[in-house]
Design a protein around this ligand. Structure first.
Ligand SMILES: Cc1cn([C@H]2C[C@H](O)[C@@H](COP(=O)(O)OP(=O)(O)O[C@H]3O[C@H](C)C(=O)[C@H](O)[C@H]3O)O2)c(=O)[nH]c1=O
Length: 182
């Protein structure tokens, strides 16, 4: 597993070692010892999986408030996504900054999203399946969101007319969002 640095100190793009042969391939999608060697020591407690049937589905931008904030390890089992993180740590020099990454069944890349970041993705292919580990359980009462197309963020999503859940249509913009990250 290779860790690729990103614009943010604590956000990592991870590339697994893939062993291909005539049958197909094998890879370790997660190995705690390898992660600890990379300085990524998390105790994941929950695995999530979502299917988005159409191209242009945006899920996000989501986060859980402290003390139930989540670190997420995101990967694509089928299809492809444009995966976006936004720094929402109020004292961070990169507060309000974002970066997008393409994660796909093809590139097998994974994204490590630390606490203090909002996370969302847009599907690039129909029937995209995303799987991700989190190191805190789901607490709906701590679940918050930021509006996907907040002009102050200026995220260059692959679509301007996404398919959204009713919840994701109504999040506040960053300036009005409830956040408690230092
Ligand atoms: C996140 C979550 C949701 N749920 C239930 C709550 C709803 O009844 C249903 C769909 O939830 P939601 O619409 O929030 O799912 P997504 O829009 O895919 O949200 C996720 O997608 C973005 C990209 C994220 O980063 C978050 O991890 C997560 O919020 O699953 C659970 O039971 N457990 C959970 O951990």
């Amino acid at each position: 597993m290779k860790a690729i640095k990103t614009s943010f100190k604590d956000v990592y793009l991870l590339e697994p070692n893939v062993f291909g042969d005539a049958r197909g391939y094998f890879m370790e999608s997660y190995n705690k010892k390898v992660f600890i060697e990379l300085g990524l020591d998390f105790d994941f407690v929950q695995d999530n999986q979502s299917l988005s049937a159409q191209v242009g589905v945006i899920r996000g931008l989501h986060y859980q408030l402290n003390p139930k904030a989540q670190t997420k390890l995101v990967r694509v089992l089928q299809g492809a996504i444009y995966d976006v993180v936004v720094d929402i740590r109020k004292s961070s020099p990169t507060f309000g900054k974002w970066q997008g990454f393409i994660l796909s069944e093809e590139n097998k890349r994974q994204l490590l999203v630390p606490k203090g970041f909002a996370h969302g993705f847009c599907t690039l292919v129909s029937n995209t399946v995303v799987a991700y580990k989190v190191d805190e359980y789901y607490f709906p009462e701590h679940d918050r969101g930021i509006l996907w197309n907040d002009p102050a963020l200026g995220i260059d999503w692959p679509t301007s007319q996404p398919i959204l859940s009713e919840k994701d249509k109504c999040h506040p913009v960053l300036a009005k969002a409830e956040m408690n990250f230092e």
